[in-house]
Each structure stands twice: as structure tokens, then as C-alpha cells.
Design a protein around this ligand. Structure first.
Ligand code: FES
Length: 103
């Protein structure tokens, strides 16, 4: 539908890593994990930290500020000090371009 926004080329995201982008007024973290693309809000739900400055491991992103971890697929909090889940966005790839469904 109309809200799918062209974001980046898949090759802009290193394998098993995360980048931060600004798109349509959103700060989005884009992950490439096991050759799949995932998207979440980039700002941590616990404080003013960018998850794209954090560390991706085993499908979880670790916040650089207090080491809270979120599941990148569901946005669920995985440990303290986090209490609020992270918003996730549908992502799809067409002809090497990543598209995001933003609201
Ligand atoms: Fe992310 Fe505190 S700001 S865990």
C-alpha cells in the first residue's frame, strides 16, 4: 500500500548488524540478521539512547546505555531495566531495496 516507504539498499546493512536511519519522521533501526531484514524504533524505550549504537547478538539488540535487550523480531523486552516493548515495523525486500511499512 501507499505507506510502504523505500528505505535503503540491502547492501547498506552489514550482515548480522544494525544501522540507524531517519525516514518519514521516524528514527528507525534496521537489522540484517540471518539474511532477513527487521525494523524497529531506534530510540530505546528506557532512555535517550540509539539502539543502532548498540550490539546485535542472537536476534537481540543490546542498548548501549544500560544494556537492556530487545528481541528485534517482536520488540519484546528481554531483561531489566526495560519495561516497555519496542515498536516494530514490517520490512520487505524487492530488487535489493528495503521497504518499510510506517504509520
Ligand atoms: Fe536503553 Fe536504558 S536507555 S536500557
Amino acid at each position: 500500500s501507499d505507506n510502504w516507504k523505500s528505505a535503503v539498499s540491502v547492501t547498506d546493512i552489514p550482515d548480522d548488524d544494525v544501522i540507524g536511519i531517519s525516514i518519514g519522521g521516524h528514527q528507525i533501526a534496521l537489522y540484517k540478521y540471518e539474511n532477513e531484514i527487521f525494523a524497529t524504533d531506534n530510540v530505546c524505550t528506557h532512555g535517550q539512547a540509539l539502539l543502532s549504537d548498540g550490539f546485535l547478538e542472537d536476534g537481540e539488540i543490546e542498548c548501549p546505555l544500560h544494556q537492556g535487550r530487545f528481541c528485534i523480531k517482536s520488540g519484546k523486552t528481554m531483561c531489566e531495566p526495560l519495561t516497555e516493548d519496542l515498536k516494530t515495523y514490517p520490512a520487505r525486500v524487492e530488487e535489493n531495496q528495503v521497504y518499510l511499512l510506517l504509520d
